[in-house]
Design a protein around this ligand. Structure first.
Ligand SMILES: [Mn+2]
Length: 239
C-alpha cells in the first residue's frame, strides 16, 4: 500500500497540479492508497465551502475505489469530510482505522499529544455540531472560516517544532497490542520510528508538502520505504 500524508494542497501553496499528477501516477500502479490526513491545507466538507480541488480529489477517490482500497483519515485541517463525503472512499474515518486484517493502524496523529490541551480543546470545538451549524446557516460563516485558518496556524506551530517523543512513545506502547503490529502516523512533519516490542513499530511518515515523499508498505513482508513519489515506478519494478 501507498500512504500519503500532510500534502497541505491549496491553490495558494501552488502544489495542486503536482498533487494531481501524482494521483494520475498512483492510478497506474496496483497498490492500495491511504491518505493519512491534512491532504488539503483546509477542507471544510460543507456545501458552499469546497473548492474545485476538493471535488477533483473526491472524483479520483470515487473512481479508484472500484479497483483498489482508497482510504482517508481526516487531519486537523479537514472538517466534516467523513460524514459528508465518506461514500467516495473505500472507508473514511475521523480519527483512525485498522487495515490489513487489523495488523496496521492508521492515524493522523493530532490526538497523540495529551499535553497539547489548547489544541485538543480547539479540535473539540471546531469539529463540533454547533460550529457546523453556525458555518452552514449564519452569514458569519465565512468570517468564522477565516478565524479557523488563523487558529489552525497558531495551534499547529508550537508542537510541530518539537516532536513530543514521550507522548509518541507512550502511544506506540499503548496501541501496539493484540493484532496491531504497525502504526502509521502523519501530522508531525518529521520522520520518526519507535519499536516498543520486537516485530512492532510506529512510524511517523514524512509530509508530502515539504518532501514530496510517500510511504510504500508491504504488509506481507513488513517492509517500509519512504520515497519521493516520482520514484514509485522504480520501486515497483525493483520488487
Ligand atoms: Mn495535522
Amino acid at each position: 500500500m501507498i500512504l500519503v500524508t500532510d500534502a497541505h494542497v491549496s491553490l495558494a501553496n501552488r502544489n495542486h497540479e503536482e498533487f494531481f499528477e501524482m494521483l494520475d501516477h498512483l492510478a497506474t500502479l496496483s497498490e492500495d492508497v491511504v491518505f493519512l490526513g491534512d491532504i488539503f491545507d483546509l477542507w471544510i466538507g460543507l456545501p458552499g465551502y469546497q473548492d474545485g480541488i476538493h471535488a477533483r480529489f473526491l472524483a479520483w477517490c470515487r473512481e479508484q475505489k472500484a479497483v483498489r482500497m482508497v482510504g482517508l483519515v481526516e487531519g486537523n485541517h479537514e472538517f466534516f469530510v467523513a460524514e459528508r463525503h465518506g461514500g467516495n472512499f473505500s472507508w473514511c474515518e475521523k480519527a483512525e482505522r485498522q487495515v490489513a486484517e487489523g495488523r496496521v493502524l492508521c492515524v493522523h496523529g493530532d490526538l497523540i499529544n495529551r499535553h497539547d490541551l489548547n489544541y485538543l480543546r480547539f479540535r473539540k470545538v471546531s469539529k463540533s455540531a454547533i460550529v457546523k451549524t453556525l458555518v452552514r446557516f449564519l452569514p458569519g460563516g465565512r468570517w468564522l472560516v477565516q478565524r479557523l485558518k488563523k487558529d489552525l496556524k497558531k495551534t499547529n506551530k508550537a508542537f510541530r517544532i518539537s516532536l513530543p517523543r514521550d507522548e509518541v512513545d507512550r502511544f506506540a506502547a499503548e496501541r501496539l497490542v493484540g493484532d496491531v503490529e504497525r502504526i502509521f502516523v502523519g501530522h508531525f512533519h518529521q520522520e520518526y520510528s519507535v519499536s516498543p516490542r520486537p516485530g512492532t513499530a510506529l512510524h511517523i511518515l514524512p509530509d508530502w508538502f515539504a518532501t514530496r515523499k510517500v510511504a510504500h508498505y508491504d504488509p506481507r513482508r513488513g517492509s517500509l520505504t519512504c520515497v519521493p513519489w516520482r520514484q514509485l515506478t522504480m520501486l515497483e519494478s525493483g520488487t
